[in-house]
Design a protein around this ligand. Structure first.
Ligand SMILES: NC(=O)c1ccc[n+]([C@@H]2O[C@H](COP(=O)([O-])OP(=O)(O)OC[C@H]3O[C@@H](n4cnc5c(N)ncnc54)[C@H](O)[C@@H]3O)[C@@H](O)[C@H]2O)c1
Length: 389
């Protein structure tokens, strides 16, 4: 599907906003298959990274708290603005909530009108797998067949299915500190016809692996991958270290590999390289994609993708899902922004159309209900106070 087709479908009308629920995104996956959807999102990400200079980019805005982080991730080009709200709370499973939850939207830059509002929890797992696979296609050895996957939670199936489809990985070596999570992942992989081996620890999982994916959730400087664990020529796809004070890779492993990043200013703050000197050498991936920087230079070097998740990947995923919803006739119109006959007459929305006059300044005055409450509070009630009391 061409870039032009995606862009046109999103910018032909201003309103109403299209809403895509988690069920709609699941319907896209059921209609097309998870592998092709991940590959499709990866193609969109690559197209957009090849236009790197067109985008207004910034590191995401993060609000940290004791148990997690809430982040806003904006990016725009001259036609479309995209933003994602996403959290990361590793203990959320104790409250029956996912660690990562997200939603976001696309707006037209020429008017600011939001064209698409979508769930992004499922879509984030898809786009993160898509980015991992795209990077591995450029950096991993092409004959890779075995992948270790350390951290077997919500993201893990998407990573594995993506690598199976895009990279031809057939054998997965699983480790999680929670054995139940590994059993869940193994069952899903086996049902998809893939081989899964349960491993006793992270070192055991890395044995014989061509690619190692770390996708753990723990708000600490963990040392999931330690010196000596990776064989020569391994590609390390380090996904779980994505916040200040939340890392997975021993600094010596980073020092002995070549490290690739999405958007350097953000990864310096959030990635595993936060533990390295500020001049530690990294390569931005858009340069590898467009051929101006070297990727893997031989079959023995260790390549590291220090993934943190960049706003442009969500822009790409949103435009893929927007186009898919259009093609498959999914989604609902969302009355988020008022459609007005006279855009200067916002007041028309609150006029009583039947009575043909403006609403009462104070709700319920006519019935005498509010006047009693107002007397007790000592001031007139606004609508806000009424609903909040
Ligand atoms: N880089 C990105 O773009 C990106 C995108 C999405 C999620 N993430 C990150 O990926 C991580 C996983 O997300 P999720 O939604 O799968 O979370 P999750 O909570 O569903 O799963 C995480 C798993 O990691 C396991 N774990 C924790 N510490 C471990 C350790 N030391 N060794 C082995 N296993 C360990 C947990 O038991 C859990 O099963 C999170 O840290 C999240 O912030 C990154």
């Amino acid at each position: 599907m061409s870039l032009t087709m995606h862009t046109n479908a999103l910018s032909n009308s201003h309103l109403p906003t299209l809403f895509l629920s988690t069920n709609d995104i699941a319907a896209v996956v059921r209609a097309r298959g998870l592998g092709p959807v991940i590959a499709g999102v990866a193609a969109c990400i690559e197209q957009d990274f090849l236009r790197w200079g067109d985008f207004d980019k910034s590191a995401r805005v993060a609000n940290h708290s004791k148990d997690g982080v809430i982040e806003l991730m904006p990016v725009s080009d001259d036609t479309t603005y995209s933003v994602k709200y996403v959290n990361g709370h590793p203990k959320n499973h104790l409250r029956h909530l996912p660690t990562v939850m997200a939603f976001g939207w696309l707006s037209r830059v020429d008017t600011g009108a939001p064209t698409l509002v979508s769930e992004l929890t499922l879509t984030t797992a898809i786009r993160t797998a898509a980015m991992s696979c795209l990077v591995a296609k450029h950096l991993a050895r092409p004959n890779s067949r075995t992948m270790a996957i350390i951290g077997n939670g919500a993201q893990s199936e998407f990573q594995c299915m993506g690598f199976a489809h895009v990279m031809g990985i057939t054998h997965f070596r699983l480790f999680d500190v929670d054995a139940a999570a590994s059993h869940k992942l193994a069952a899903h992989l086996q049902a998809a016809g893939l081989q899964a081996t349960l491993c006793r620890d992270a070192g055991h999982a890395c044995e014989g692996a061509d690619i190692v994916t770390t996708v753990t959730a723990d708000k600490t400087n963990a040392l999931v991958i330690q010196p000596g664990m990776l064989g020569a020529g391994t590609h390390l796809n380090a996904v779980g270290g994505d916040c200040p004070g939340k890392t997975e890779i021993h600094p010596e492993v980073l020092a002995n590999g070549r490290v690739f990043v999405e958007f350097e200013p953000q990864t310096r703050i959030e990635g595993d390289i936060q533990r390295m000197a500020s001049d530690f050498a990294v390569t931005e991936l858009w340069r590898v994609f467009n051929g101006t920087a070297t990727g893997r230079s031989n079959n023995t070097e260790i390549t590291v993708f220090d993934s943190v998740g960049f706003a442009l990947e969500d822009y790409s995923a949103l435009r893929y899902m927007g186009q898919a919803a259009h093609d498959l006739d999914l989604g609902q119109p969302l009355a988020l922004i008022p459609a007005l006959a006279d855009p200067k007459n916002l007041f028309a929305l609150v006029e009583d159309a039947g009575a043909g006059h403006a609403p009462a300044l104070v709700a319920g005055v006519a019935s005498g209900l509010q006047s009693g409450l107002s007397n007790r509070l000592g001031h007139p009630l606004s609508h806000g106070l009424t609903t909040g009391s």
